[in-house]
Design a protein around this ligand. Structure first.
Ligand code: PMP
Length: 385
């Protein structure tokens, strides 16, 4: 068979084992899942109600235009409906952007460490790329601008950035946009945007008119608690939206996802409540870690990068040691942040369990893994989210 030769450069996504299997393997009564930057809370109760009512209609295809959801988002953002495009999670929109803008002759600039998909879309399209480092885990926007070449067609910024949680203030980002050549598409990934509490934060939708080369990605997977349903959207100039609409499959967002997303948008007070809860917990967990002598990186997202290089056990063993204590985190070694782990912040009970386990690892005692890691390394135990 003649496979596309680009496949030689790609590896399949290695899914985490089911949570039930992890619990059984490690003999855990309770597993705190703090690895994938989801919120620990389900969809809003009103959303669950709407979903139950919608089950009868599943014999029909969904609305391929996401009509009602589109109208509501357009109304809330104050933009024309034609500026919106929907995807099976914002991941799908990233893949579509790759198809529409990247190829062997079009270069892409993205940050690293950042979300793994940026590198994946470049590899999948055989596009030359420059991965720009984050000194001290913060963006060097000048270095990103300097990386733009003659044939650059896309530059990606993730704000707040995954996995560092670091945030670029709106004024700084706006200044950056002013300097990007107008023929280069700027992909601004705001998957964690709803968690930002900076008082100077400006809604990026305000920049769209000024920068027709801007596309902003948002998702219902994070603060809205709908990661299992797969729905995200982007706003951009109409020609970008049309390009993506040409190549997407006709029914890419399923009907339950559309119903859940629409209802979620009707409860901004619940979003505010989650944002405040996460911010308070983020602050509490970092403060307690600092008191233990453990560094964290200032974060505006629902996760923290935590220094594990000075504990009583070697850093690479920390995710496994935490897992044996019932806490699933994500190892930084697999994400370009050796010596760090990423931990999702949400419920106080989870935070307390994590802090207690970390205190244990500070105090010491030799760590002898009780179990083999399910045939996988601790790195691979948590999904790349
Ligand atoms: N962007 C970033 C930065 C992410 O971390 C994620 C998921 N973890 C996504 C996009 C994709 O999210 P989804 O496909 O669930 O919308």
């Amino acid at each position: 068979m003649r496979f596309n030769r680009v496949l030689e450069k790609l590896t399949p996504y290695r899914a985490s084992p089911p949570l039930a299997e992890i619990k059984q393997h490690y003999g855990l009564e309770r597993l705190y899942v703090m690895s994938a930057n989801e919120v620990p809370w389900g969809p809003f109760p009103e959303v669950v109600e709407k979903l139950k009512q919608a089950l009868d209609g599943l014999n029909r295809y969904p609305d391929g235009n996401c009509g009602e959801l589109r109208a509501e988002i357009a109304r809330q953002l104050g933009v024309a409906k034609e500026l919106l495009v929907f995807g099976n999670g914002s991941c799908e929109i990233l893949m579509l952007l790759g198809q529409a803008f990247l190829g062997p002759d079009s270069h892409v600039v993205f940050p690293e460490p950042s979300f793994v998909m940026y590198r994946s879309i470049a590899l999948a399209r055989e596009a030359p790329f420059t991965a720009v480092a984050l000194p001290n885990f913060r963006y060097d926007l000048q270095a990103m601008l300097d990386a733009i070449e003659e044939n650059t067609s896309m530059i990606v910024v993730c704000n707040p950035n995954n996995p560092t949680g670091t945030y670029i203030e709106s004024r700084e980002l706006c200044h950056f946009l002013e300097q990007v050549p107008s023929e280069v598409l700027v992909v601004l990934d705001e998957a964690y945007g709803e968690f930002v509490t900076s008082p100077l934060h400006e809604d990026s939708v305000l920049w769209l008119e000024r920068f027709p080369n801007l596309v902003v990605l948002r998702t219902f997977s994070k603060i809205y608690g709908l990661a299992g349903l797969r729905v995200g959207y982007a706003f951009a100039a109409p020609e970008v939206v049309t390009a993506l609409d040409k190549i997407r499959q006709p029914f890419n967002v399923d009907s339950l996802a559309q119903i859940a997303a629409l209802e979620s948008l009707r409860h901004p007070e619940r979003v505010r409540e989650r944002r405040q809860k996460v911010a308070a917990e983020r602050e509490r967990v970092s403060r307690r870690l600092h008191e233990m002598g453990i560094a964290t990186i200032p974060s505006q997202a629902n996760f923290l990068l935590v220094d594990v290089s000075n504990l009583s056990i070697p850093g690479p063993e920390v995710p496994q040691a935490l897992l044996e204590r019932g806490i699933l985190t994500r190892s930084g070694y697999a994400m370009g942040c050796p010596g760090w782990i990423r931990v999702t912040i949400g419920e106080v009970e989870e935070g307390d369990a994590f802090l207690a386990a970390m205190a244990d690892l500070v105090r010491g005692g030799e760590f002898v893994p009780r179990r083999t890691a399910l045939g996988l390394t601790a790195d691979a135990l948590s999904p790349e989210s």
